[in-house]
Write a protein of this length. Sequence first.
Lengths: 252, 316
Amino acid sequence: MNDTTAENGILDVDQVTLYLGKKRILNDLSISFWPAHIHAVVGPNGAGKSTLASTIMGLNGYGDFEGDVRFKGASIKALSTDERARKGITLAWQEPARFEGLSVKAFVSAGAVDKSDEKAGWALDVVGLNPAEYLDRAVDKTLSGGERKRVELASILTMEPALVMMDEPDSGIDVDALNKIFKAIALLKEKGTTVLMITHSQTVLEQADHAFLLCCGQVVQKGPVDKIMDYFGDKCLPCNHKNQPVPEAVNE
Amino acid sequence: MNKNAKNNEMIARLYESLGESHVMSPDVAHVEIHGNQVLGLHLVPGLDVQAEELEDGIRARITVKENTRIEKPVRVCFGMLPETGIQNIYMTTRLEDNSAISIVASCTFPNAVDVRHTMEAEIHIGKGAEYAYVERHVHGDAGGVTVIPKAVVHLDEGARFRTDFELIKGRVGHINMDYEAFCGPRSILEMSARVNGTRDDYIAINEKAHLQGDGAHGVLMTNIAVRDNATAKIQNTMVASAPDARGHVDCKEIVQGNATASAIPVVEVKHPRAHVTHEASVGSVDSKQLETLMSRGLDEDAATDMIIQGLLTPSY
């Protein structure tokens, strides 16, 4: 397996410090993700996991930070969300948005390389939704949270991104659907996409090639999934460091 | 050219302005009205239409006979192709008990610079009868249309009425809609409108429903998008005065540029076993929706357009 150095990452977060209000959420954070790998970022609530994804995506309110974020070696700090997306970065939300009146077909094809109905149908099929039943439905409150999550993943499959961040990919998902989601994640990797999963779940963590443990906006552990899983289970939960500076943990 | 040929040509031009063919299957009833002229009238068994040409419009009486279910949607086309003119429609519709009809009404004013179209409708839906009325407007780009539809609807026991107003092409101009419905026992009412206003368009929608009968149900739904200097004023009122009456008022307005929008949901409950809910949102495009689409690579304008198109898309 590759080493996690800033030099060979497809995406490098370099010494990023970000405040939301007066609270420091990311604390001199450095982290790199390798091409075509499945990474997991785990950590307790408030560790900065979702903030990290929002910062990488350049969402509103997450643009003012110290440090840099580089994609394929070039800074993306000054780019808007859509410019980052057109470079191949995308995000799947923990709780996907509802879109009144917007069809599943239109949504799945919104950022697609191939905007054909066939491609949208293929993507729905991968995530376990019957295209005949779903293509013409609206992405609104008539879809359950789990269905919207799978529709969102279908929209990412058609986009063929270089890097996708998935915030809690298992939330609101039943066991059968979760297996479809894991299948889709494996397919993304097979096609060369780097996957970053933000999770609390050991089941999700097991799907990763490599994991990072975040606490208080810093990486406190990184390495093979087994190692992080042990650490996460035995030492980190419940977390004694929550919302406290953790230099000793970083140095561990 | 004789009168029939002239009428047929005008009918073809009306449907052409809608982007549709005027050729229809014989089992589809249809009526075409241009200005104050009835150009075409084709009926099916159980449906009666009496139309009288007035100086500045039409007076029409539509009756669906008892126990008759008109299988295919009836096409009604109102229009004015000249740049200026007045078209006043006075329409009385009566659905006798246990009848059913679906009307798709297209109102086309594609060249309007100064056209005024008014409609005064009185609708009576008998016991167990079902009436769906979809009104689609095509306007020109000059914004020179004033549309003033007014309707009073009475639903008898177990009746069902669904109406949907939609501008599918062109600028609004000036719309001032005023619908009021009186709902009997176990009747169901659904009224919705979707309008997109630009430049100095003016949209006023006033819908009122009275849930008077035991177990009457009603939904008033309005989705509006305004930008530039357009104005939207929406007032939806639901009054529930009977046991087990259930109602919901829903208004969503997206505002951009210098446009202004207001939403006034009025909910009045006069019986302890009645229940009415309301929901209104007025403001910019939802940031999560916007960022979701932008994270797929759409720029802000394209993402906004897509969200607004969705909001204005009918759910039927």
